[in-house]
Design a protein around this ligand. Structure first.
Ligand SMILES: Nc1ncnc2c1ncn2[C@@H]1O[C@H](COP(=O)(O)OP(=O)(O)O)[C@@H](O)[C@H]1O
Ligand SMILES: Nc1ccn([C@@H]2O[C@H](COP(=O)(O)O)[C@@H](O)[C@H]2O)c(=O)n1
Length: 202
């Protein structure tokens, strides 16, 4: 099994890049694991308390489970992948049965921050977009798709997102094998990554 890690700041375009890579690849041979699914369960907290969690700090992620799940898939077994809700800020009770594939893409802001996870990745890709571009995309996406208002997005950006990005995410660019500049749609970079994957699949 080939494991491809795709990291980058929020709004850099990781999900978009993953979808572009998937396009034209046989879907029964490629699976996706999102770091977002592995936010720690916080059933012990009230909704109000959960809104105050720093979601951009590595301690918010259950890396142990994520690494275990990747190792399980690598060994040929299925996993019960958690499902996360950005509305309740918590894991749901349900899971998705996920089977091993020839290629697994794991994507998330902090995946290169964890050494075990880095070591599991055969190819490490970092998607870059400038901070102002990412903020604009984040504002639009969080209001349109994640039910947030402008004050929530901007205060989260100032209080946690920006400092955590500088401390824990941007430095992991140094671990990347490939950096995709994504201030604009980058079809050349996507074609290169797709070619690499296709070579591994054949
Ligand atoms: N190259 C790009 N140019 C313009 N908008 C983009 C680009 N890449 C992504 N977007 C948009 O930015 C938003 C965030 O992208 P997304 O892929 O969800 O980022 P991430 O997964 O890194 O948070 C989405 O609305 C997406 O359509
Ligand atoms: N309940 C939550 C959990 C996470 N976030 C934010 O999501 C961002 C990571 O997701 P991307 O798709 O943007 O990579 C991260 O920056 C968290 O702040 C949230 O808003 N609510």
């Amino acid at each position: 099994m080939l494991i491809i890690g795709i990291a980058g700041g929020t709004g850099s375009g990781k999900t978009t890049v993953v979808n572009q890579i998937l396009n034209q690849l046989p879907d029964n041979e490629v699976g996706i694991i999102s770091q977002d699914s592995y936010y720690k369960a916080t059933d012990n907290l009230s909704y109000e308390e959960r809104t105050k969690i720093n979601f951009d700090h590595p301690r918010a992620i259950d890396f142990e489970l994520l690494v275990n799940h990747l190792m399980t898939l690598k060994s040929g077994d299925y996993i019960d992948q958690p499902i996360y809700s950005f509305v309740t800020h918590n894991r749901s009770k349900d899971t998705i049965k996920t089977h091993p594939k020839k290629v697994i893409i794991v994507e998330g802001i902090l995946i290169f921050n964890n050494q075990k996870l880095r070591d599991l990745c055969d190819i490490k890709i970092f998607v870059h977009a400038d901070a102002d571009e990412r903020l604009i995309r984040r504002v639009k996406r969080d209001i349109q798709e994640r039910g947030r208002d402008i004050n929530e997005v901007l205060s989260r950006y100032q209080d946690t997102l920006k400092p955590m990005h500088e401390q824990f995410i941007e430095p992991t660019k140094n671990f990347a094998d490939i950096i995709i500049p994504n201030d604009r749609y980058n079809t050349v970079a996507i074609d290169i990554v797709r070619t690499v994957i296709n070579e591994k699949l054949t």
